[in-house]
Design a protein around this ligand. Structure first.
Ligand SMILES: *[C@@H]1O[C@H](CO)[C@@H](O)[C@H](O)[C@H]1NC(C)=O
Ligand SMILES: *[C@@H]1O[C@H](CO)[C@@H](O)[C@H](O)[C@H]1NC(C)=O
Ligand SMILES: *[C@@H]1O[C@H](CO)[C@@H](O)[C@H](O)[C@H]1NC(C)=O
Ligand SMILES: *[C@@H]1O[C@H](CO)[C@@H](O)[C@H](O)[C@H]1NC(C)=O
Ligand SMILES: *[C@@H]1O[C@H](CO)[C@@H](O)[C@H](O)[C@H]1NC(C)=O
Ligand SMILES: *[C@@H]1O[C@H](CO)[C@@H](O)[C@H](O)[C@H]1NC(C)=O
Ligand SMILES: *[C@@H]1O[C@H](CO)[C@@H](O)[C@H](O)[C@H]1NC(C)=O
Ligand SMILES: *[C@@H]1O[C@H](CO)[C@@H](O)[C@H](O)[C@H]1NC(C)=O
Ligand SMILES: *[C@@H]1O[C@H](CO)[C@@H](O)[C@H](O)[C@H]1NC(C)=O
Length: 513
């Protein structure tokens, strides 16, 4: 057995050697890299080659060799994958790299044209470079990142990270310098674009940013410390040398710093949003982000999911509200907030006046109303919805006040009454699913006799900074779970879900107070 397998091994090794371009692991002018060939960085950390994204489609990419998922950090033309057979990258004598599909169609080029091109090489930093005479860099992949920055890679004014999903399809989020030289996270979707990090409502001093430096540069060092010319700064929890790291703008809009462990798994060592629902726009138009405790999207009452496989596409209205001749009712969502898009703002008004203001404007789809101060904000777009949002300023003297958001939905009467109850049922099902998830997780946790009670904190508002009584928190959860189990037939409304979440908060508050 052993004797017969040895020649086979040798043969395989030989084939492998023949397939790999050379022991030096670089491309010389006039050579090419086929789909089954790879370039490796000298220390083996990175690999460059064709990464299969579906049975027949591959991208020319760079990835971490030792990560279990072969995490891609760069791709030549992610929107135009090539056929997994017969495609190649040519390295011409003038330093130009051409990515060619099996048909010979050029899908990407690095645009180099130099009489001095000497080699294309993958560096230990994960940078694919074309070098000329005297070691000068003619082109580098570091200048055109996709969704990831590596240590020592600069982010400059010309560079933009865009969130992508597993198939490298771009999402709605991007990371780049804004026109005031600040490193910023943006949400972009058709006619809508806004900044969600740093917190747009904070002053420049609260942001700890320096807006007066027009240098526009930022860099993550190998120890895990990021510093931008605008003073944007953060540090990995495992700050130190000799760790593989990456800074990625994930598909959910969160900017995360990752470290690779010994078995090839990634762990998050810093993120822009420890509470992911605060990534405004995560649930798209008319969507609301709720913690279950993992963030999940539900539609605002009266709206339905556009694409169940991608909740960032948001929700569309079940019924278009025309301006006149419809009877409307408002549904209130306590402790929920939507971002901006205020048609106007009013102060010291009653809820009823606010409602009238909204009804009198055809563009108004709902309004935010702040109890206590009587602030009223009619809105024409519902975006960035989040349940259990940031506490409003303590204007009422209580510890937390909540924005009460009231949404306009159509009120069905008489002859179409049956239709209405049908709609209501679907709506509740969406909410029920999210709630059901919370309840299942809770019930499971409560049943387990685990002495480790740290999970409780996941269900408690982070604003309490862990200052709550575990026993009391647990008690409330038990009550909540048992109530829901007994009343299986009753469909909870969106308002009820949010109120249930708030009630946990109320108890914790009592404990603190
Ligand atoms: C891949 O290509 C082969 C040959 O062209 C074809 O038969 C097959 O259906 C393709 N598979 C997919 C998943 O597209
Ligand atoms: C190369 O040049 C073309 C045309 O100017 C441009 O569209 C393309 O983005 C460039 N490619 C790179 C990698 O810079
Ligand atoms: C990053 O920027 C610094 C300062 O501008 C420069 O010295 C360095 O060469 C750049 N690094 C890369 C990989 O381009
Ligand atoms: C830069 O950021 C650090 C840390 O956030 C902060 O302490 C410092 O005050 C900031 N400097 C300026 C000029 O904003
Ligand atoms: C501007 O940023 C550059 C690069 O990060 C830094 O070297 C320089 O000191 C900064 N200037 C000011 C005035 O902060
Ligand atoms: C980091 O790696 C270098 C080179 O391999 C080694 O000399 C050094 O001791 C390592 N440092 C730590 C803290 O492991
Ligand atoms: C690494 O990740 C894999 C897949 O995600 C998981 O099955 C495995 O348990 C993880 N290993 C460790 C040591 O965390
Ligand atoms: C609402 O109006 C839009 C645009 O006019 C249309 O595409 C959509 O189908 C309408 N929805 C319903 C439920 O009628
Ligand atoms: C937590 O609440 C329980 C029940 O109300 C009480 O017996 C216990 O002393 C409290 N623990 C702390 C640390 O306050």
């Amino acid at each position: 057995m052993v004797a017969s397998s040895a020649p086979l091994l040798l043969l395989l090794t030989l084939i492998h050697l023949l397939l790999c371009i050379s022991a030096d692991d670089f491309l010389s002018p006039g050579s090419s890299l086929s789909v089954h060939q790879e370039l490796h960085s000298p220390d083996g950390t990175f690999t460059c080659g064709f990464q299969q994204i579906s049975p027949n489609a591959s991208t020319f990419s760079i990835w971490f060799s030792k990560s279990t998922q072969k995490t891609v950090v760069w791709s030549a033309n992610p929107l135009h994958p090539v056929y997994s057979w017969g495609s190649k990258v040519e390295f011409n004598s003038d330093g130009r790299m051409n990515l060619k599909d099996y048909s010979g169609q050029n899908v990407w080029t690095n645009n180099v044209s130099s009489p001095d091109a000497q080699r294309a090489q993958l560096l230990d930093s994960g940078n694919l470079v074309v070098k000329g005479k005297g070691g000068i860099t003619l082109w580098q992949s570091f200048d055109s990142p996709t969704d990831t920055l590596l240590p020592t890679q600069n982010i400059t004014a010309a560079i933009k990270l865009v969130s992508t999903n597993r198939l490298l399809v771009p999402g709605h989020f991007s990371f780049h310098f804004d026109d005031q030289y600040l490193l910023t996270l943006f949400y972009d979707e058709k006619d809508i674009s806004f900044i969600y990090w740093p917190e747009p409502r904070a002053s420049i001093w609260q942001k700890h940013r320096n807006p007066f430096n027009s240098t526009t540069n930022g860099i993550l060092d190998s120890w895990g410390h990021f510093l931008g010319s605008d003073n944007a700064t953060f540090t990995a929890a495992d700050w130190g040398p000799n760790i593989s790291r990456r800074l990625t703008l994930d598909y959910d809009g969160n900017l995360r710093l990752y470290s690779l462990d010994k078995v090839g798994n990634w762990s998050v060592t810093w993120m822009a949003f420890p509470q992911p629902c605060k990534v405004r726009g995560l649930c798209g138009l008319n969507g609301i982000c709720v913690y279950t405790p993992a963030p999940a999207c539900v539609c605002a009452p009266g709206y339905e999911v556009i694409d169940p496989s991608d909740r960032s596409k948001g929700c569309s209205p079940r019924v278009n509200i025309s301006c006149h001749g419809q009877e409307l009712e408002f549904i209130s969502l306590r402790d929920t907030d939507f971002l901006g898009y205020d048609l106007s703002d009013h102060h010291f008004v009653t809820v009823n006046s606010c409602m009238e203001i909204c009804l009198s404007d055809c563009n108004c789809v709902g309004f935010a109303y702040l109890e206590g101060t009587g602030d009223c904000y009619p809105k024409n777009v519902l975006l960035g919805g989040v349940a259990r949002s940031t506490p409003a300023t303590a204007s009422t003297g209580t510890m937390y006040t909540y924005r009460e958001l009231v949404l306009a939905t159509r009120k069905f009467k008489d002859e179409i009454g049956r239709g209405a109850s049908e709609l209501q049922k679907n709506e509740d099902d969406d909410v029920k699913m999210a709630l059901g998830k919370v309840i299942r997780v809770l019930a499971e946790q409560l049943k387990s006799d685990d002495s480790d009670q740290s999970w409780i904190a996941d269900f408690i508002d982070t604003r309490l900074h862990g200052q709550f009584n575990n026993t009391q928190a647990r008690m409330t959860m038990e009550v909540a779970v048992s109530c829901l189990e007994e009343d299986r037939g009753r469909r909870p409304t969106m308002e009820y879900v949010v109120q249930m979440l708030v009630s946990v908060d109320e108890v914790s508050k009592t404990v603190v107070g």
